[in-house]
Write a protein that binds this ligand. Structure first.
Ligand code: 1BN
Ligand code: ZN
Length: 301
């Protein structure tokens, strides 16, 4: 009899604990898993060089869409044709949306094309495998967490890289197309901030403050890094960089570019998987996740 009573009490306690654990799990945001992010980098590298217009670029898009689908997103492609030094090239951005409490949105972005080189094999593990891997993992984690205050959009740009020299309009084809299309359709008005990731996997992670980026956004990211104890990777040195955030800044969208250009194998055959550190991917994923609530709070003020 007593055994039965204790058994019932024990079962009740177990039920309470399980319900409590389930409630906690429902509220706690899932953790960023750099092992998954690193796997995404490896899978992209395995596809080989992925310049805009190439079959491997198309397969990269399929990989991104498939990975997003596994996280519960119905991603859409934004196809366009760009005029480049090698003629008209078919490209496509990829967009996945996580609806928030408001329709106004924050975009988290990365490019996924690799720079075209004819004289050597460029697989772009860091540029652009690392940021694409982090963005795919951020999309998974954020969907598993509580509904965000603002809508979040995960945006994968095609055609960031130049054919040959980065000058005139020979670069940022995908981001320029997104901004032009968003202006024409009116959807750009709901875009309140852009966080751009590029080259985030270097073992010796060193972000400098891009002076083209919006200072309050940079401040929030740098403060989040300090809070998490990663301040040593986020230097106060200023430098100016041109990247996919420039079309957004020109359109008046507050933007920050998190880019580590202090990377010896940049745009060389040496930008291979062994140069990418899962620990760096983890730091960037954690810092972006810590910065997002602050960015939302600032935008809701
Ligand atoms: C970043 C990665 N970029 C190209 N691949 C943009 C860039 C171009 C940054 C020129 C600095 C100089
Ligand atoms: Zn590059």
């Amino acid at each position: 009899m007593q055994g039965d009573v204790r058994g019932a009490a024990g079962r009740a306690l177990t039920t309470v604990c399980l319900v409590g654990a389930a409630a906690a799990a429902a509220q706690a945001p899932a953790a960023f898993d750099s092992t998954r992010a690193y796997t995404h980098v490896r899978e992209q590298v395995a596809l080989g060089p992925r310049p805009a217009g190439s079959p491997a670029n198309q397969r990269t898009r399929e990989y991104i869409i498939r990975t997003l689908a596994a996280s519960g997103y119905k991603a859409v492609e934004q196809p366009f044709e760009a005029s480049t030094p090698v003629g008209r090239v078919k490209m496509a951005n990829i967009i996945a949306t996580l609806p928030g409490g408001r329709a106004d949105r924050i975009v988290l972005a990365s490019h996924f094309d690799t720079k075209p080189f004819e004289d050597f094999r460029f697989v772009g593990a860091n540029d652009s495998g690392s940021s694409t891997g982090v963005l795919l993992e951020l999309a998974r984690v954020l969907r598993a967490g509580p509904k965000p205050a603002l809508t979040l959009e995960f945006l994968f740009f095609d055609g960031e890289e130049a054919w040959g020299e980065w000058r005139d309009l020979n670069h940022t084809y995908g981001s320029r197309h997104y901004v032009t299309a968003g202006r024409a359709s009116g959807t750009l008005a709901g875009l309140k901030a852009l966080v751009l990731l590029d080259m985030v996997g270097d073992r010796g992670l060193n972000f400098r403050r891009d002076t083209n980026s919006t200072p309050w956004l940079t401040d929030i990211v740098w403060a989040a890094a300090r809070r998490l104890g990663h301040g040593t990777h986020f230097l106060d040195d200023p430098f100016a960089v041109e990247d996919d955030h420039i079309p957004f800044l020109k359109a008046g969208v507050p933007s920050v570019d998190l880019i580590d250009l202090d990377y010896a194998p940049w745009h060389t055959a040496g930008d291979t998987l062994d140069q990418v550190s899962a620990r760096s991917l983890q730091i960037v994923g954690d810092v972006v996740l810590a910065a997002l609530p602050e960015i939302q709070a600032r935008l809701l003020k």
